[in-house]
Design a protein around this ligand. Structure first.
Ligand code: 5AD
Length: 344
């Protein structure tokens, strides 16, 4: 019965809510689901794994998302921001290692004004003409997104976090709204960015019905990239008592996403790698095709602690790309030097 659902999802790229619910609940088809997702991914992307160099430019944040370790009101965090020179030398190091996508990610740090961001993007664009520049800097005005795009940014990552109105408001302070998040995402698409969205799996209060709502939102947005990872608790947040999301459900969802969005770029996230041993490898085998090793200067890596015990070493470190290559090779995949654009 559930096998039929997998095949139906593969051909129709869609299922009814109650069918999705059944798939989300059953573990007996996991192996079959994973196999089918892997077949789809291999048909489109082969066994290639795209890499992105993640540069965490600032852990200052004006927001107060209740789950996040670098929320503004966590006064226990040692705050840092990178200089333009530090960002550029991270790119330089990354380029030499074989990275052709740089992701500038950060909290919503008022220091990084739209002009400052543009200036940095222009410089990266000038020096690394054959690379993609991805920004992940939160909610901005449409004008700002347009400026960054003109300056040379190509992609933007902004997880919607929760498409269910009630859940969104439980996870975020009153100041933030799902409407505004959605508007940003559609603005980004309209401007012409390759857009990435996503959500946490097993966030406090999240139900399977909420996850279906997330899938429906993703169908409406039709993003180029979809990042999901398990929620991981942080002791200096209001959610410190809540348990971590499950690796198993995250993997199941990666496979479901691959079948629903065959062409999408799906990372095996650091959270997945942190939550369980071999999480990253399992993510790739479940249908993911992107890994985002950390390219930030080593002295700040441990400070970008959105959740506890976040992996920054070994295959998560850009400098240790050889380790990642080996991990991927051992399971039958190949890390490539490639800009890694979405195939449509
Ligand atoms: N656990 C897992 N993921 C988290 N994120 C933020 N805090 C946590 C946490 N405690 C995710 C959010 C954000 C992305 C960069 O990291 O979904 O968009």
């Amino acid at each position: 019965m559930s096998r039929e659902l997998v095949l139906k999802l593969k051909t129709d790229k869609n299922l009814k809510d109650e069918e999705l619910l059944t798939l989300l609940k059953t573990d007996e088809v996991d192996q079959f689901l994973r196999q089918e997702a892997d077949l789809v991914r291999r048909k489109i992307y082969g066994n290639k794994v795209y890499i992105r160099g993640l540069i965490e430019i600032s852990n200052y944040c004006k927001n107060n998302c209740l789950y996040c370790g670098i929320r503004g009101e966590n006064f226990g965090v040692t705050r840092y921001r990178l200089t333009k020179e530090e960002i550029l030398s991270a790119c330089e190091m990354g380029y030499a290692l074989g990275f052709r996508t740089f992701v500038m990610q950060g909290g919503e740090d008022p220091y990084f004004t739209d002009d400052i961001i543009c200036d940095i993007v222009k410089e990266i664009r000038k020096r690394f003409a054959d690379c993609a520049i991805t920004l992940s800097l939160g909610e901005k005005t449409k004008e700002a997104y347009e400026m960054f795009f003109k300056a040379g940014a190509n992609r933007y990552l902004l997880r919607h976090e929760a498409a269910d109105f009630n859940l969104y408001s439980k996870l975020h302070p009153k100041k933030m709204s799902l409407e505004s998040r959605k508007k940003c995402l559609f603005d980004l698409k309209e401007i012409g960015y390759q857009v990435g969205s996503g959500f946490m799996v097993g966030a406090p209060f999240q139900t399977l019905e909420n996850i279906i709502c997330d899938l429906r939102f993703l169908q409406a947005l039709n993003p180029d990239m979809i990042g999901i990872g398990p929620y991981i608790s942080h002791s200096q947040t209001p959610f410190k008592e809540y348990k971590n999301g499950e690796t198993k459900l995250t993997l199941r969802l990666i496979s479901i996403l691959r079948l629903m969005f065959p062409h999408s770029l799906i990372p095996a996230t650091t959270a997945l790698g942190t939550n369980s041993e071999n999480g990253r490898e399992q993510g790739i085998m479940a249908g993911a095709n992107v890994v985002m090793p950390n390219l930030s200067p080593e002295n700040v890596r441990s400070l970008y602690e959105i959740y506890e015990n976040k992996l920054t070493v070994g295959a998560e470190s850009a400098q240790e790309l050889d380790k990642l290559k080996k991990c991927m090779k051992d399971i039958g995949y190949e890390v490539v030097v490639d800009i890694g654009n979405v195939k449509r």
